[in-house]
Write a protein that binds this ligand. Structure first.
Ligand code: ZN
Length: 124
């Protein structure tokens, strides 16, 4: 196995959105470097991508591409739709038409003929 292959394998261990897991909070194992999309309280950063660093009390500390680190409730950190082989995370974030909650699509939902328009709580 070449070095390149092993670095790809590292990316592939990160989690994507699934029926049972859509935010960082849902992950049993929260790995350093997990890509997330921030929907939290800080409007400047809303919708930006970041990577999980560690926990500071109950807050998940994430690092943005510009090097800034901030703490968020793990519920405010959405998982990617897909992570491609080069490690690039793709997010498909939608707003529920029933309750306005923001939620991430899973890969299956994104590629489905009819895309989900309600969040999993409104339309499980
Ligand atoms: Zn909803």
């Amino acid at each position: 196995m070449s070095n390149e292959d092993s670095s790809n394998a590292e990316f592939l261990q990160f989690d994507c959105a699934r029926d049972s897991q859509r935010t960082l909070k849902d992950l049993l194992k929260k790995q350093l470097g997990q890509p997330v999309c921030v929907i939290g309280h800080n409007d400047d950063r809303k919708g930006q991508e970041a990577v999980f660093q560690n926990f500071n009390v109950r807050l998940a500390v994430v690092k943005f591409p510009d090097g800034k680190t901030l703490g968020y409730d793990p519920l405010e950190l959405l998982l990617p739709c897909e992570i491609h082989e080069d490690g690039t995370a793709y997010f498909e974030i939608r707003q529920c038409r029933m309750c306005d909650q923001t939620f991430p699509l899973t890969s299956d939902e994104f590629w489905a003929d009819v895309e989900r328009v309600e969040c999993p709580e409104c339309a499980p």
